[in-house]
Design a protein around this ligand. Structure first.
Ligand SMILES: Nc1ncnc2c1ncn2[C@@H]1O[C@H](COP(=O)(O)OP(=O)(O)OP(=O)(O)O)[C@@H](O)[C@H]1O
Ligand SMILES: [Mg+2]
Length: 255
């Protein structure tokens, strides 16, 4: 197994607050890594650093050995990292298929004039987008909702749509920030099934999650953050019996 992602001594400060403090870990290609920790531990900030929304104050981030530290988000995305956000960012007033198509736009090169004059390039890209939208609709199980407004489909389906948008650009690594947030226990299973399917498709996954039961059955390895510092790392069973983790998590971790 080779390492796909390497987070090496990464630090991010907001004024006097050290939100992420010299964090190190690696992710094996084809695996699922869980990132847990109490509120404010620095989990989303870490994703923002990997995804390029923030630039680290210290440390390096490497994808397949290539240093991508400080790259802007669109470049990181083109290099193969897809992501979802903690607060689902959908175009609520647009149909599901258009939400997916917009997710693909950054990969295309058509200039607005290509679109207006319907040049061969624009037509080719249109065809490509349509095909990819169909694939992702099928993959995420959203075909039945394709022309429904994104804001009108069930919460759980909206979460799958957010994952679908991130999949449009064919990432090698997918970062999921609380993919089951705000979804009831019965519907959480469908999202977990989708995450497993993503991994079976050969995509490596890093997932931030609060629901410990879900994490335990899903991930290969866990990284635990507390006040920006990595306090534990390893196979989920091992990490959850670690006294420091139990203390930081107020016992919630006992599966
Ligand atoms: N843009 C920002 N400016 C200033 N402080 C920030 C910013 N983003 C995050 N922080 C702070 O950094 C710390 C880590 O926040 P972060 O959102 O990464 O935590 P988290 O682990 O994702 O928490 P949660 O589980 O609640 O989502 C918090 O104290 C937060 O208030
Ligand atoms: Mg967060």
């Amino acid at each position: 197994m080779s390492v796909i992602l390497e987070v090496d001594g990464v630090t991010k400060r907001f004024g006097g607050l050290v939100a992420v403090n010299k964090v190190d870990f690696t992710v094996e290609e084809g695996s699922i890594l869980g990132l847990i920790g109490p509120n404010g531990a620095g989990k989303s900030t870490l994703f923002n650093l990997i995804g390029g929304a923030y630039r680290p104050d210290e440390g390096r981030i490497r994808l397949d050995g290539k240093d991508i530290t400080g790259w802007p988000p669109h470049r990181v995305a083109r290099e193969g990292i897809g992501r979802t956000f903690q607060t689902t960012a959908l175009f609520q007033e647009l149909p599901v298929y258009l939400n997916l198509a917009i997710g693909y736009r950054m990969k295309t090169r058509s200039h607005i004039l290509d679109v207006i004059f319907r040049t061969p390039r624009a037509r080719r890209e249109q065809k490509e987008i349509t095909q990819r939208v169909m694939e992702v609709l099928a993959f995420t199980g959203l075909a039945e909702y394709f022309d429904r407004l994104a804001g009108s489909i069930p919460q759980e389906a909206q979460k799958r749509l957010a994952i679908g948008i991130a999949l449009m650009g064919r990432p090698r690594l997918l970062l999921l920030d609380e993919p089951t947030g705000g979804v009831g226990p019965e519907e959480t299973g469908r999202i977990i099934d989708l995450i497993r399917k993503v991994r079976e498709a050969g995509i490596t996954v890093c997932v931030i999650e609060h629901k410990m039961k879900m994490v335990m059955g899903l991930v290969d390895r866990l990284v635990v953050l507390n006040f920006g510092v990595k306090i534990a790392e390893g196979p989920p069973q091992e990490v959850c019996s670690d006294p420091a983790v139990i203390e930081a998590y107020l016992g919630e971790c006992i599966a």
